[in-house]
Design a binder for this molecule. Structure first.
Ligand code: B12
Ligand code: SF4
Ligand code: SF4
Length: 376
């Protein structure tokens, strides 16, 4: 088989099926990444969402028999909504980050990779292939960087010259010895805009994140949000885009290539108060198709309460009192207490006093005390 010719056919096919960028690299181990991953763990800077087995993450031979190459794909997503929300005065909204707009990207990329696999199998029936997106063992960014998709920015993102960093990435390990592409040169230069824009100092230095401080991570956790971050979260109910919106390489980048990625503004920028009252079924119906719902309803409800506190939305006091009185989850009750303290007012503090008398969970009691101490 003429592998070079086949590579060109595959590239042409990838364009036909709506893959915006494709690159090829070897299946060599990711040795530099290995040291980096070990260091991140030693420092406690990892998120815990990554594949825990570092050897698997950096050794393609542990994932496929005799791998010879890795194909990296990228799909560009929109940075601006086509449709705007029709807001009434006083109705406060939260925001899902762009990577959670439209249909969950895992489905879209897996579908493209499946089509690529079928195309390869048609020409090379005995090819061995393994595809992954986000939840797989490999570092999608390290593969994309080595395959020439984009450079690794100081904000940690893979930045493509064509689409900026607003791209989802995935990859396929193959048994076919495709010619590798050349990595793209770093174009960050002396810029440090993303480091300055990060609200929590999570970017400890260019290209290094402390995930435990990253708002994107915090919005995806299930416990209490540590105090120091609550006000910095603002109205983000899922994810954070600040280090990408600050990037000059994203300035005029806004691509609408994929119909499925178009956000429903009522989902991507949802009204906050109704989120507190959603049943599991209602949550699934409204948010179930977006990637930001992967941790379920509770983190989104907790973040919505933090956002209501951020806006000091007095109209939310009755909803928050409901949560404080009736929610089974201590995280929900405690966050509601904190939000009531932040918003303040007679009704809020009276409800907090009442809750103080009956609350039995020690973590919630602490939150109630904290909230009451704001009554000055
Ligand atoms: C865990 C995880 C997170 C964690 C940790 C993020 C992080 N930066 O590590 C949290 C929850 C915080 C997170 C947040 C986000 N994530 Co995330 N996340 C992942 C996941 C599952 C693993 C990432 C990982 O292993 N990190 C560990 C670090 C150490 O390695 P790495 O970033 O993968 O690889 C780079 C570094 O190792 C670096 N490096 C290696 N050696 C050295 C040495 C030096 C000196 C330096 C400077 C750098 C360096 O180069 C590699 C290539 O860039 C990947 C999917 C996957 N399977 O890879 C998605 C992924 C990285 N996330 C993605 C996205 C979109 C996001 C968010 C933008 C979502 C949002 N809007 O809220 C934010 C961005 C935050 C940020 N600034 O990074 C995309 C990135 C797409 C892109 N264009 O880069 C991915 C690839 C998912 C996907 N398939 O599309 N994420
Ligand atoms: S996603 Fe937000 S919190 Fe995380 S590193 Fe970027 S700007 Fe900082
Ligand atoms: S903001 Fe500047 S330093 Fe940060 S990723 Fe973009 S170009 Fe690089």
């Amino acid at each position: 088989m003429d592998v070079q010719k086949f590579k060109q056919e595959l590239i042409a096919y990838s364009k036909e099926i709506g893959i915006d960028k494709i690159g090829f690299t070897t299946a060599d181990p990711f040795s530099e990444l290995k040291n980096r991953l070990i260091r991140q763990q030693e420092l406690g800077y990892h998120s815990g969402f990554e594949e825990p087995d570092i050897e698997k993450r950096v050794t393609p031979t542990l994932l496929l028999d005799e791998p010879r190459s890795i194909i990296s794909i990228a799909l560009a997503y929109p940075s601006k909504m086509k449709d705007r929300v029709v807001s009434k005065k006083g109705e406060r909204r939260g925001i899902f980050s762009r990577a959670s707009w439209g249909l969950d990207y895992h489905h879209l990329l897996r579908d493209k990779l499946k089509k690529l696999e079928e195309f390869i199998k048609m020409k090379v029936p005995d090819a061995r292939l393994k595809s992954m997106v986000d939840t797989g063992e490999l570092s999608d960014r390290a593969v994309a960087e080595r395959a020439g998709i984009g450079w690794s920015g100081k904000n940690c993102a893979i930045i493509t010259p064509e689409f900026g960093s607003y791209v989802y990435i995935g990859e396929m390990i193959t048994s076919i010895p495709f010619e590798p592409d050349t990595p793209i040169e770093d174009q960050c230069g002396s810029c440090t805009k993303c480091l300055e824009a990060c609200p929590t100092g999570a970017l400890v230095q260019g290209g290094q994140i402390n995930a435990q401080r990253c708002i994107s991570f915090l919005t995806q956790t299930k416990g209490f949000i540590p105090d120091e971050f609550r006000e910095k979260i603002g109205n983000r109910v899922y994810g954070c885009d600040s280090c990408q919106t600050a990037c000059p390489h994203n300035k005029v980048k806004n691509f609408h290539f994929h119909e499925e990625m178009e956000p429903d503004p009522e989902v991507a920028k949802p009204l906050l108060r109704p989120i507190l009252q959603l049943s599991n079924r209602e949550f699934k119906n409204k948010f179930g198709d977006v990637s930001g719902s992967w941790r379920g309803k509770k983190p989104i409800q907790r973040n919505a309460m933090i956002a209501l506190a951020h806006f000091k939305d007095e109209s939310a006091v009755s909803d928050l009192i409901e949560v404080l009185k009736n929610e089974a989850s201590p995280v929900a009750r405690g966050t509601a207490a904190w939000a009531l303290g932040k918003i303040g007012g007679e009704t809020a503090f009276a409800a907090l006093e009442k809750a103080k008398a009956v609350e039995t969970d020690s973590a919630v009691q602490i939150e109630i005390e904290k909230a009451l101490s704001l009554n000055k």
